[in-house]
Write a protein that binds this ligand. Sequence first.
Ligand SMILES: [Mg+2]
Length: 398
Amino acid sequence: MLAHVDMDAFYASVEVMDRPELKDRPVIVGGGKRGVVSAASYAAREFGVRSAMPIFQARRLCPQGVFLPVRMERYKEVSRLVMAALAGFTPLVEQVSVDEAYLDLTGTQGLWGPPRQTGLAIKKSVLAQTGLTCSVGLAPLRFLCKIASERDKPDGLTVVEEVEPFLVTIALREVPGVGAKAQERLKAMGVTYLTQLRLLGRQRLEDLMGAWGLRLWDLAHGIDPQGVGGERGVKSLSHEITLEEDTADRELLASLLLGLCQKVCRRLRRHGLWGRVAVLKLRHADFKLVTRRTSLRRPTDRAGELYPVARALLDAYALPGPFRLIGVGLAELSPLGSGQDILFGREANGRSQALSRAEDAICSRFGEKAISRAGALETLGALDHKRQDRHNQGEGEK
Ligand SMILES: [Mg+2]
């Protein structure tokens, strides 16, 4: 299941939150060089004010409106809180604008429950962390999520369990990327709903609109190969430790590595993901950063499998150091169980899987330090007071 999260009248809502006396008043944010409306509160929309409309026109429609300039820095600040809230649900978050993101929730059912429950949890978390409402659409296909999130605005939640019954309700104007001109041309041919395109035929659509026509043909048949992430999505997950004192002690580094592997894997398991490439990161005392990576025989989410590989990468790194940072990660992430023979990959290791799960449960109850395998225990404990521990969810270090 995928989700699209879209903040409601975002700029205007931030302004109202910062200035509660504006509540329920028609607030219009915009102006600047382009002289157009960037956002209109729902009260302003009742006057017919819309995004991208020239400001002078908005003033004519709504003379009593509160017109405010764009404060992008402030919106970005709130945007970071939104994205942080979303990152709590899955590491596979693709931010597409300051107030919009797609989430891949594959494998998170066990954690967040069925789609509707997950959608409610997302809305609740965003509200708690930002004070603002959002609208959420959940669907098995990316483009349906976007359409679904628009359906019930503001403060909406739309869940598409089955594709076909929803597909036939979609008007062409709802499909992202279908502009006014295309709508007009298709309307002239009797097409106002997406699935009516099926009657036109693939070739006709291609002749009319080229590659875009073929894409529409696919959408009309419930085909959308675009997942969440694409080139911009999170492809790796890592943890690292910056040491306050540089060290060249390989044994010390190795035991830190073990603790880091555990953290990485715990987090992956929490999100129902596994990774196929192990990444070791070392920063020399002179700040030079090196990464070493190697493919695993099969994807994993377990420290017992990641650690020996990361350790081998460390042992193979010839320069003596000293180092000021060590980190480890897994890259080429995918939903648990994908791309592998389940029988050989997982079930043969049922016991250590169960062990990992038990460890996860204990950690979530008592915090990270409650449990740690022997090697990591002492070293981490000893260094605890003088380290900076960070986790990263990056775009995959190249
Ligand atoms: Mg929005």
